[in-house]
Write a protein that binds this ligand. Structure first.
Ligand SMILES: [Mg+2]
Length: 392
């Protein structure tokens, strides 16, 4: 059995261009789907997949670990930069999809079988509509409350908000009070039974992240995400030690050694590995084993497209430490035209019942994808009031 070609399909979905990866084989009708979406780097990732294809076209698609080693270690440069690690991830997902199709079973079955009956999901405020999530101003607490209520009305038992504004490395009380008011409005709107998460998008410095974390601790957040730059593991660890709310991070980490350092220093209690960036399902399973040794839970980052979601769910059905699946459903109205999925979502509680199809259980409609060709992603940039550069 041989890989005959690796194709990419770019699908413009407003905030992101989804990059779907299709691996073709010499077996009639046997192919796999993966996803390598990386916002603002679409052309680079498509090019990287082309470069990697040189290494593995002609190889046996069933030797996933062997191919992963080739992709990560050959061509001299290790595959842990974000472009190449995303490209590897997309290919790796498609290889696992093929493996499941060969075995005629869902991927989770390949990894020892289901460990749970359903997977819980959470939504972004606004369900992934970029304006609601990214552009609701932190001084509009009422809007946070209204959107929180809508998430619960849509069936979710958990949702995430960006209720922490961009701040300079040090600022006074004003942004802290705004964040407090926004989170208070959400808690008032939905009560204590619903889990609320706050994503800082790594905007704060460690000092500001600590201030925000301490101020928001009173609201019993489910987790507190990226309270400072992911490169600053000491800062994350200090914040995680100082508050009772679990710190979550990991979406920008692309190699096992950095996950080891993050876990060893207890920089988080929730690991948000991104299966489409960290090296695919092959690498995600290694990260999960490492996390398990530290009793750190898994909540993979997944604001991307439908193959990423299917991969996160198959992973979730196979991993005991997996707690919740990030989802978006309102990013584009035609999401369900592009994909057919093997799992089912129950509106009440937004829980997912297992995929019953082989592999990732995904089929991408190539004709629909072609209706949404590449467009440059909308720029999202932050400058502080004095004109200096901030983090988005
Ligand atoms: Mg995040």
């Amino acid at each position: 059995m041989k890989i005959t070609a690796i194709e990419t399909f770019v699908c413009h979905a407003r905030m992101r261009n989804w990059i779907f990866v299709k691996i073709l084989t010499d077996q009639p009708g046997l192919y796999g789907w993966g996803e390598a979406t990386l916002e603002w780097h679409t052309r680079a990732v498509v090019g990287a997949i082309e470069d990697i294809a040189e290494l593995i076209v002609g190889e046996d698609p069933r030797r996933i670990e062997h191919l992963w080693q080739m992709m990560f270690r050959q061509h001299f440069w290790h595959g842990n930069g974000i472009i190449r690690s995303t490209a590897i991830s997309g290919i790796d997902l498609a290889l696992w999809d093929i493996a499941g199709k060969i075995a005629n079973m869902p991927c989770s079955q390949l990894w020892g079988g289901r460990v749970r009956d359903w997977v819980r999901t959470y939504s972004h405020l606004g369900g992934g509509k970029m304006e609601d999530f990214y552009e609701t101003s932190v001084d509009d607490a009422r809007q946070f409350g209204d959107l929180a209520r809508q998430a619960v009305e849509a069936g979710f038992t958990a949702f995430k908000a960006m209720a922490v504004p961009p701040t300079m490395p040090l600022e006074g009380l004003r942004p802290i009070r705004l964040a407090e008011a926004a989170v208070a409005a959400m808690r008032d709107a939905v009560g204590d039974e619903i889990d609320i998460m706050v994503d800082c998008h790594a905007r704060p410095s460690p000092a500001m992240g600590l201030k925000f974390g301490q101020a928001l601790d009173q609201f019993g957040l489910y987790f507190f995400e990226e309270p400072c730059w992911p490169e600053n593991i000491e800062g994350l660890a200090a914040i995680n030690a100082a508050i009772t709310t679990p710190v979550a991070t990991g979406e920008r980490i692309t190699d096992l050694a950095t996950f080891r350092e993050l876990f060893n220093k207890r920089g988080c209690d929730v690991c948000q590995l991104d299966i489409t960036h960290c090296g695919g399902l092959t690498a995600a399973r290694r990260v999960a084993a490492l996390a398990e040794a530290h009793r750190i839970s898994l909540a993979p980052h997944n604001p991307q497209g439908p193959v990423s979601t299917a991969a996160s769910l198959e992973f979730g059905f196979s991993q005991p430490s997996y707690i919740i699946c990030e989802t978006v459903h309102n990013d584009v109205p035609w999401r369900n035209d592009v994909v057919s999925e093997g799992f089912t979502v129950e509106t009440k509680g937004r829980i997912v019942k297992p995929n019953t199809r082989p592999g990732l259980g995904i089929e991408i409609n190539e004709a629909e994808v072609k209706k949404h060709p590449f467009e440059q992603e909308l720029l999202q940039r932050v400058f502080y009031p004095d004109g200096s550069v901030g983090d988005w």
